[in-house]
Design a protein around this ligand. Structure first.
Ligand SMILES: Cc1cc2nc3c(=O)[nH]c(=O)nc-3n(C[C@H](O)[C@H](O)[C@H](O)COP(=O)(O)OP(=O)(O)OC[C@H]3O[C@@H](n4cnc5c(N)ncnc54)[C@H](O)[C@@H]3O)c2cc1C
Length: 442
């Protein structure tokens, strides 16, 4: 089904409304959609957007995902683009169509049939999913923390485990359960600290028989010699110290080889009996992207693009964010898969596509590393800032780091919803923070 006739202008179709794709749709909607110079269509498998770096807070219960979600249909009306609900499952480069699978409701009844959405220019920005590297039992026994549904599922299991420990009618320490987090990168570390904080608060909500320090064990496992490989060693050590000080077990140099219903087994023979296992190590693009309609992909199924974000075999198709493998300007490495990179690529690509419509050459992407911040819940925020703020890396901790971390999400909200709405929603968040319990209990 072709959505538009030729007289209506160029069709720019974006697949994936995440950290990068949504910002791009908003920018192009304002620059080209409003004046009808082009028709911008955003496709997403979900009707709402939640900024992915918030998922560990949804999992721990410190963030109500429904309160933070944005409706794509409403954003589309506001920013002059069209939203199409559906999951991309294929591509026809000859016909210039993206194929979407049928959308069903929770009872399996079809809401939308299979769709084919036309494009003149296609931008693929459908992100990544967790890469379990084929580890035995991982798919069946781990929660993969890569969607809001997975984060909510984890949260429900956590609360249920705490209630079970509370109502077991046992003495303190006898209801012990373990949450094992595989992956000592930012996601795993942040989740472990957030979990410790939330279960401590939860125990004050009248759960007299639940003593988190005795009833809950949190373990973080990584195959690398230290946590947070992307941070300087000094900061990694500081984070590991902080985690151990609140009784979170840190197992580095431990390669996980099998996950069963009983727990996690390492290559060294070590075994951690575990009630809940979260996999938070590594990413890949979805499997259906592998060599999709003849496009070049790498071993992580990411589309190989040049510095202008054009795919190597089709100049009408661009890719950005986690699903793209884009060379860094230094020629030695790839642009990292982070929200920071997706945000910068969206800004660059919006400018580039507007220029290309005027006959200008495509712009090239240069990644600016502004540093890395890791939030340890209420305990601390640690990180390094780069670039404009400091000449070399500047190590920060405490309140300034906490404020900088918070401002990352605000930047995304401003890009999507404008300054005024972000200001309003920040006030609403403040009121809700004062009104609602710290931890979501369902
Ligand atoms: C728990 C967690 C914490 C993180 N913390 C940080 C952080 O602190 N800082 C940082 O810089 N990065 C962080 N990241 C990484 C960051 O979230 C990603 O790098 C970033 O979101 C990538 O942006 P994207 O636009 O490529 O994809 P995403 O933001 O993942 O968006 C992809 C979109 O595509 C949609 N989609 C997926 N498949 C399909 C399909 N087949 N058809 C249609 N739509 C589809 C999804 O619904 C989604 O809306 C974190 C990631 C996780 C999981």
């Amino acid at each position: 089904m072709n959505q538009y006739s030729k007289e209506e202008g160029a069709k720019i179709t974006i697949v994936g409304g995440g950290a990068g794709g949504l910002e791009l749709a908003v920018r192009l909607g304002k620059k080209l959609g409003k004046s009808k110079k082009a028709y911008i269509t955003l496709i997403d498998a979900c009707p709402t957007h939640l900024w992915k770096p918030l998922l560990h807070q949804v999992a721990a219960g410190t963030l109500d995902s429904h309160a933070d979600e944005l409706e794509y249909y409403a954003l589309a009306r506001k920013h002059h683009f069209t939203f199409r609900l559906g999951r991309m499952e294929g591509l026809d480069r000859q016909k210039k169509e993206v194929h979407l699978s049928p959308v069903n409701d929770e009872n399996g009844e079809e809401i939308l049939p299979r769709q084919a959405i036309a494009y003149d220019t296609l931008v693929i920005a459908l992100g990544s999913q967790t890469n379990d590297f084929g580890t035995l039992g991982a798919r069946e026994n781990c929660i993969m923390l890569d969607t809001p549904d997975a984060a909510r599922h984890f949260h429900t299991r956590l609360i249920n485990s705490c209630l079970r420990a509370q109502s077991g009618g046992k003495g303190a320490g006898q209801g012990r359960f373990t949450v094992t987090i595989i992956g000592g990168g930012a996601t795993g570390v942040e989740l472990s600290a957030e979990l410790h904080m939330t279960t401590t608060i939860l125990s004050t909500y009248g759960l007299a028989n639940f003593h988190p320090e005795k009833d809950l064990k949190i373990a973080v496992v990584d195959a690398a010699p230290r946590l947070l490989q992307m941070l300087p060693e000094r900061l990694s050590e500081s984070v590991a110290r902080e985690l151990r000080s609140i009784d979170i077990e840190v197992h580095t140099n431990e390669k996980v080889v099998e996950i069963s219903k009983e727990g996690v087994r390492m290559a060294s023979g070590k075994f951690i009996p575990s009630g809940i296992v979260v996999w938070a190590a590594g990413i890949k693009a979805p499997d259906f992207m592998k060599d999709i309609d003849g496009l070049e992909t790498n071993r992580l199924n990411q589309l190989v693009v040049g510095r202008n974000l054009q795919t190597t075999r089709d100049p009408a198709i661009f890719a950005m964010g986690d699903c793209a493998s884009c060379p860094h300007q230094d020629g030695k490495r790839m642009v990292p898969a982070t929200a920071q990179a997706a945000h910068q690529q969206a800004s660059m690509l919006a400018k580039s596509l507007v220029g290309m419509m005027k006959g200008k050459a495509a712009l090239e992407f240069s990644y600016e590393d502004h540093g890395t911040l890791v939030s340890l819940g209420d305990y601390s925020t640690i990180g390094s800032l780069m670039g404009a703020i400091a000449k070399g890396p500047l190590f920060i901790e405490g309140t300034i780091a906490k404020w900088m971390y918070w401002s990352l999400h605000k930047h995304h909200q401003i890009a999507v919803n404008g300054l005024f709405h972000t200001w309003l929603s920040t006030w609403a968040e403040t009121f809700n923070w004062a009104r609602n319990p710290r931890i979501k209990l369902h």
